[in-house]
Design a protein around this ligand. Structure first.
Ligand SMILES: Nc1ncnc2c1ncn2[C@@H]1O[C@H](COP(=O)(O)OP(=O)(O)OP(=O)(O)O)[C@@H](O)[C@H]1O
Ligand SMILES: [Mg+2]
Length: 264
C-alpha cells in the first residue's frame, strides 16, 4: 500500500502558562492511500491536537511540536509557511464537530464552498467556480444544490451544514480528509448518513480519511484500522475488527465495555 502520510514521534506541548502542558506525547500514524483510519479515546486524550497538527493548524508560538509529519516528501512540522499553506484545505482538509463555528454566518453557502478554490486555484474563473461548487453540493447529497448555494448557514439543518462543510473540504479534491467528530452533534439517523457519505467519498475519489470519534460502533463501520489514545499516547492500534474483538490494552477493554447495550 502506498503511504500518503507518515507521522512519527509527534509530541505537542503548550507553553501558555508557567508550567508546560503536554497534550500529545508519542503519536505515530501511517496512513495509506485510500485508507480510512479511526482515532478513539477519552476526552482530552490528544485526538484533536494530533489532528490539528497534521492539518497544519497548530502554529501558535506557545505550542512546541517535535517529531515528523511527512506528506509528499515534505515535513509539515518544519517546512516553510508558504508550503504549509499550499497544502491546507487543498491537499489536506479538516472538518469539525460543529459546522456552525467553522462556517461564516454572513456569507452564503456558495462562498463557503468556493473559498478553498478561491485561495488555492485563482486560475479558475468565477463561473467555473460556481459550477464546481454546485456539483460538489450535489455530490454530498444536497438536493436543490442551486438553492442551497444561495442560502446562509443559519437557514440549514445541522446535517445539511455538515454536508456543506464536507463539500467545502472536498472542493479541492484533497488527498487527506480529517474528520474530527463530524457526527457527534447530529442525531443517530443523520450520523449514519454522514458516515455513508464519507464512505462514498473514499470509494469514489480514493480520499484517505482520518476519522476521530467517541462512537466505537461508527468507527467499526467506517474504519479498517483504529488507533486508541489515552493521555496523549497511543495505547493500542491495529485492524478495527481485531482491536474491538480482542482488545489487548486494559483501557481499550474499558472503552468497549462502556458502549451502552440496549436492554430489551
Ligand atoms: N491551550 C492549551 N493549553 C494547555 N493545554 C491544552 C491547550 N489546549 C488543549 N490542551 C490540552 O491538550 C490535551 C488534548 O486535548 P485534545 O483537544 O486533543 O483532546 P481530545 O482527545 O480531542 O478530546 P475530546 O474528545 O474532548 O475532543 C488536553 O488534555 C488539554 O488539556
Ligand atoms: Mg477533540
Amino acid at each position: 500500500m502506498e503511504v500518503i502520510l507518515d507521522v512519527t514521534d509527534l509530541h505537542i506541548e503548550f507553553h501558555d502558562h508557567d508550567l508546560p502542558e503536554t497534550a500529545v506525547e508519542d503519536f505515530d500514524l501511517m496512513l495509506g492511500k485510500g485508507e480510512i483510519v479511526g482515532i478513539v479515546g477519552e476526552s482530552g486524550s490528544g485526538k484533536s491536537m494530533s489532528a490539528l497538527a497534521i492539518a497544519g493548524l497548530l502554529n501558535r508560538h506557545a505550542i512546541k511540536k517535535t517529531g515528523r509529519i511527512m506528506f509528499e516528501g515534505v515535513d509539515l512540522l518544519t517546512c516553510d509557511r508558504k508550503t504549509l499553506r499550499s497544502f491546507q484545505g487543498d491537499e489536506i482538509s479538516i472538518i469539525f464537530q460543529e459546522p456552525m463555528t467553522s462556517l461564516n454566518p454572513v456569507k452564503n453557502i456558495g462562498w463557503q464552498v468556493e473559498e478553498a478554490l478561491f485561495i488555492h486555484h485563482k486560475e479558475i474563473k468565477k463561473e467555473e467556480r460556481k459550477k464546481r461548487a454546485i456539483e460538489m453540493l450535489k455530490a454530498v447529497g444536497l438536493e436543490n444544490a442551486e438553492k442551497v448555494y444561495k442560502m446562509y448557514p443559519h437557514e440549514l439543518s445541522g446535517g445539511m451544514r455538515q454536508r456543506v462543510m464536507i463539500a467545502a473540504a472536498m472542493i479541492g479534491n484533497p488527498k487527506i480528509l480529517i474528520a474530527d467528530e463530524p457526527t457527534t452533534a447530529l442525531d443517530v439517523t443523520v450520523q449514519a448518513q454522514i458516515v455513508e457519505l464519507l464512505k462514498k467519498i473514499n470509494r469514489e475519489r480514493g480520499t484517505s480519511i482520518i476519522f476521530i470519534s467517541h462512537d466505537l460502533s461508527l468507527v467499526s463501520q467506517l474504519c479498517e484500522r483504529v488507533i486508541v489514545m489515552q493521555q496523549g499516547n497511543i495505547v493500542e492500534s491495529g485492524s478495527t475488527a481485531e482491536v474491538f474483538r480482542k482488545p489487548r490494552h486494559q483501557y481499550t477493554k474499558k472503552l468497549i465495555a462502556a458502549i451502552p447495550k440496549i436492554e430489551l
